[in-house]
Design a protein around this ligand. Structure first.
Ligand SMILES: NC(=O)c1ccc[n+]([C@@H]2O[C@H](COP(=O)([O-])OP(=O)(O)OC[C@H]3O[C@@H](n4cnc5c(N)ncnc54)[C@H](OP(=O)(O)O)[C@@H]3O)[C@@H](O)[C@H]2O)c1
Length: 296
């Protein structure tokens, strides 16, 4: 199977490359090889490589900055999947579009099912929602939504918290936004499965076009920060953990509004993908030993 991967230098891209299944011929594109803001280049990449699947893991992911750069966020997050879908319709390939819990407004207070109505609160979520719609124009395309992604490399909350734990005695973290941390390692496995790798033909054909994947359980950013400190000390990555103080969203204003409760209901998707979820704390315990503490 020929797969064209975007966002190859991102945290998910790195994890996808690391666990590429046997039998996959992977063309991995980072920004230098393919500018996702250039629809012509996106179409050309499909015509050149003729992939069976485009795995679109690249995205404009700066949630707050997107509020002041909505056109660029839209070009990358919606324009690229639209261009891929258009070209793949001609070549006969398929598209896996990675998306986000931030397409929901967080108001319902219970986990979101895949086919619920979208209502993003900010520019990032709006552009990702537009990207989903564009991707799904292509028959056979799939959208895989995930949440609170972190891994041993790249820009993520876990690495930032490790740095802050190592530098400070005390830190404040928002405690009234609930979601689920998701390791790039488990997410990468789910992405490969979402393209049918490791499934028989009947199971592949039965996969729905919108899938949800996160690690298991629920957490606030505060819970996640506390766990990073505790486990970081346990494995000797940190000498001490900072005291984490719970903040409200109002205490910590940001340019983009975030959903207060964005848990994804992954039950149907997990069964369809044939993957057992790992609790987010167990996944964190596997990621931390591999993590290099970010320095400011
Ligand atoms: N991070 C999260 O918490 C989270 C949560 C839910 C869903 N997601 C989704 O998961 C997917 C993977 O995200 P991630 O966490 O791996 O993000 P990431 O680490 O920020 O990686 C995104 C990659 O996209 C690349 N990119 C951005 N603009 C580009 C452009 N114009 N042309 C080419 N490449 C471009 C970036 O390149 P540079 O390295 O050159 O900047 C980066 O390598 C995305 O679809 C994201 O929306 C992420």
């Amino acid at each position: 199977m020929k797969v064209l991967l975007t966002g190859a230098a991102g945290q998910l891209g790195e994890a996808l490359i690391a666990c590429t299944p046997a039998g996959v011929s992977l063309t991995a594109c980072s920004r230098a090889e393919l500018d996702l803001a250039d629809p012509q280049a996106c179409r050309a990449a499909v015509f050149t490589h003729q992939p069976d699947w485009v795995l679109n893991a690249g995205a404009y992911t700066a949630v707050d900055k997107a509020e002041s750069e909505p056109e660029l966020a839209q070009a990358v997050n919606a324009g690229a999947p639209a261009a891929f879908a258009e070209a793949l319709a001609e070549t006969g390939g398929r598209l896996l579009q990675v998306s986000t819990d931030f397409v929901f407004n967080g108001a319902q207070g219970s986990p979101y099912k895949p086919h619920q109505a979208l209502d993003p609160l900010g520019a990032y979520g709006s552009t990702k929602a537009a990207g989903e719609a564009a991707a799904l124009q292509l028959p056979g395309a799939r959208v895989l939504r995930t949440s609170w992604v972190y891994g041993p490399v790249g820009h993520n909350f876990c690495r930032t918290m490790l740095r802050l734990h190592s530098e400070r005695e005390q830190l404040g973290v928002v405690a009234d936004q609930v979601g689920c941390p998701t390791s790039t390692a488990t997410l990468a496995m789910a992405c490969w499965r979402a393209m049918g790798l490791g499934l028989d033909a009947a199971a592949e054909a039965a996969l729905p076009c919108i899938l949800h994947w996160s690690d298991a359980g629920a957490a606030s950013w505060y819970d996640f920060a506390v766990a990073i400190g505790e486990l970081g000390v346990q494995i000797g990555l940190l000498d001490n953990a900072a005291r984490v103080m719970p903040l409200t969203t109002a205490d910590y204003p940001t340019p983009a509004q975030r959903p207060s409760y964005s848990l994804l209901d992954c039950s149907g998707s997990r069964a369809a993908l044939g993957l057992e979820p790992m609790h987010w704390r167990a996944a964190l315990a596997e990621v931390l030993p591999l993590t290099v503490v970010a320095r400011s």
